[in-house]
Design a protein around this ligand. Sequence first.
Ligand code: PLP
Length: 398
Amino acid sequence: MSPNHGRHFLQVPGPTNVPERVLRATAAATIDHRGPEFAKLMHDLFARLGQTFRAEGPVIIYAGSGTGAWEAALVNTCSPGDRVLMYETGHFSMLWRDLAQRFGLEIDYVAGDWRHGVDAADLEARLAEDRAHGIKAVAVVHNETSTGVTSDICAVRRALDNANHPALLLVDTVSSLGSIDVRCAEWGIDVAVGGSQKGLMLPPGLAFNAVSEKALAASKTATLPRAFWDWQSMLGTNANGMFPFTPAINLLFGLREALDMFDEMGWDAVLARHARHGEAARRAVAGWGLELQPINPAEYSNALTVVRMPQGHSADALRGVILEAFEMSLGAGLSKLADQVFRIGHMGAINDLMLTGSLAGVEMGLARAGVPHSRGGVQVALDYLAVDSNAAHKKAAE
Ligand code: PLP
């Protein structure tokens, strides 16, 4: 291992780089979670999280990871034997399916090639065929972190509406929230599943369910066993700014700071920055002559870029070289894509120089590891980012 000079580049697609001021906020003295100062904090956070998810219903916060929030979404809305329709978009859709199966849910899992998102036309056809309305819920991953594919949730909603089907819509927004547009109310998302450690710029440890009125009503009759994840006991105490058990107090301080940062930056600007970074990273990949994992440009993720290795070359060996030589962590290929792809995370707190530094690390690593590629992908990204898009907009408006 080379000596550690300067900062490690954490460019996995979550956990992401946590801004200094968020870290400092989490280091404040822990307070009484049954006292008035804490209640004030929570009333503020609950109101602002609604804006973050663009949700009209409550947002429930757990001490947990995204996997816990997946479980919470299912156990609060479903009963044993309920049918749930899911799409094989990649590793995370598969893990969510496996979890659901362990609860005795009956999963219709539509096979996919890990290079496309949810097929809304197929969904509409399946729902239209389900005239008896046996399907209780549709559960999809918005941004598939294993493939770099973002599904069109607005189209998914339209499919449910066109088929006039009452199924609940459960959406995993773990790696989209904070980097890619998420609109719970507008898109009729009944449960949005979230986690703290990606676009929200926080350390791991908080998990979220943004819940619609329809999902809340379903939770009153759903019979899957639940204790820690039970929405009703959470909501009962949350109304007073409290929790039924000890919350992750210091992470909640961090959440307040992160939400302050989003307010200062403005949500539109944050999403535009991620779109710009996604485009720059993809241009670099094209400049190297390498292939992206997603096939459909309309589904390219702005939160991460997943790059396929040339035949016969190991992604894990490349990542090893980059870690050793340049102190940068890149995301590994997961399960079906193990060793075939590497993932460049650009979600959360990242700026132009962090991105171009990361791309430079990849280009140097490709050369050092002897992976066939064209030089100059970084230059393509630099040329793209060098243009001041704000100035261009202003000029066009004049
Ligand atoms: N869903 C998506 C899209 C993810 O990317 C992840 C983790 O990377 C998860 C769910 C699982 O979250 P966690 O690892 O926090 O349990």
